[in-house]
Design a protein around this ligand. Structure first.
Ligand code: SF4
Length: 350
């Protein structure tokens, strides 16, 4: 059993936030020993010639030892490890050296998430003071010539807040401030995938009728970010249209890839990076089952969700879990995963 590339992400310390849209779910924070990075890498290494290892999959650089963690992950990875264009705004607001360190890695853009004004953003991030920290984080990033890329998750409950965000972008003069050092301010909005915590907002999911509330400036930024012609392409199709397509589709599918990404939670449970790390996606426990069993379970589609997708036709998933009258908007893949997650949970498939 050999893969072209394996990426392993350890949830070593969790996250300071509890975002109400978090597709990774709100699970307790852990405290994995530093040594687990190396021992995990060595367990997966025989199964690929290209291993990439990260010490996080929720909040990057949440640990005090973020520099050491990044160095050891880089050393243990087979190709140069890029720091993704995401960062901890929690740390940016508290750690004077963090912005400089991000800049030293060559980062030019960092993504930050807003939901609206201070009250709304604090509510959706699940932590009082988060909005003010985000504003501070933007200043620190720009001082270090890193341009903020603002992301907004939109549901019916916060769509009226977009005017506030448009004003904020103008008041903070983000375009010109980034341009002054040769950077580029970017922005996008979308509904996100309907899994993890975000699935709880299904009832408030946006419909085509809601898209008219998006301010033109934010729409223009979003189209540029996605390279899309119109905003409907960004938000996808109505559930009704997807349902009508899937209800006649008898296909099944395998999620197995030659370049898998695995998420390992604080208790060493391993999940494929396909949807939220939920019990029906569990491949096994690294400590109890060992890496070979975990990888065999992946390749043989043995997690309950993979097995269901391999054996239950789309038309059955749609019939059991879909709503043929709903105008909620989804990407096709995200909608199939919503149906699959619901199907597994309702039947207690683990
Ligand atoms: S969305 Fe990101 S920052 Fe928010 S709770 Fe999830 S992992 Fe943490």
């Amino acid at each position: 059993m050999k893969f072209q590339e394996i990426t392993v992400c350890l949830d070593m310390h969790g996250c300071p936030n509890r975002c109400k849209h978090c597709w990774l779910s709100a699970t307790p924070n852990g405290n994995m020993p530093f040594s687990e990075i190396e021992s995990t890498a060595e367990q997966f290494r025989p199964f690929t010639d290209c291993l990439q290892i990260y010490d996080w999959y929720r909040e990057p650089d949440f640990t005090e030892k973020y520099r050491e963690h990044f160095e050891i992950c880089s050393r243990l990875s087979d190709s140069p490890l890029d720091h993704f264009e995401v960062a901890s705004f929690w740390r940016l607001a508290r750690d004077g050296g963090y912005g400089k360190w991000l800049a030293s890695l060559g980062l030019k853009k960092i993504q930050l998430t807003l939901f609206g004004d201070a009250r709304t953003t604090d509510f959706y991030i699940g932590r009082k003071g988060a909005y003010q920290e985000l504003l501070k984080a933007m200043d620190i990033l720009m001082e270090n010539k890193i341009s903020p890329r603002i992301q907004v998750f939109v549901i019916r409950n916060n769509i009226d807040q977009l005017g506030h965000i448009e004003n904020l972008i103008k008041e903070l003069n983000l375009e010109n401030r980034c341009r002054a050092y040769g950077g580029e301010f970017t922005f996008f909005l979308h509904q996100g995938s309907c899994d993890g915590e975000n699935e709880k907002w299904y009832d408030a999911w946006v419909t085509p009728e809601d898209l008219g509330k998006i301010p033109p400036l934010l729409e223009a930024y979003t189209l540029r970010h996605f390279g899309a012609k119109n905003i409907a392409d960004v938000f996808g199709r109505t559930e009704q249209s997807l349902y009508e397509e899937l209800i006649t589709d008898a296909s099944t599918a395998s999620y197995v890839s030659d370049t898998p990404v695995f998420y390992i939670d604080k208790d060493f449970n391993v999940y494929p990076n396909i949807s939220t790390p939920a019990p029906h996606w569990l491949l096994g426990n690294l400590k109890q089952d060992g890496v070979r069993t975990v990888l065999e379970n992946y390749v043989e589609n043995k997690s309950a969700a993979q097995h269901t997708r391999m054996t239950v036709p789309l038309c059955e998933l749609a019939k059991a879990q879909g709503d043929g009258t709903s105008r909620r908007l989804f990407g096709r893949g995200d909608y199939i995963e919503l149906l699959l997650n619901r199907y597994c949970r309702q039947r207690n498939l683990y």
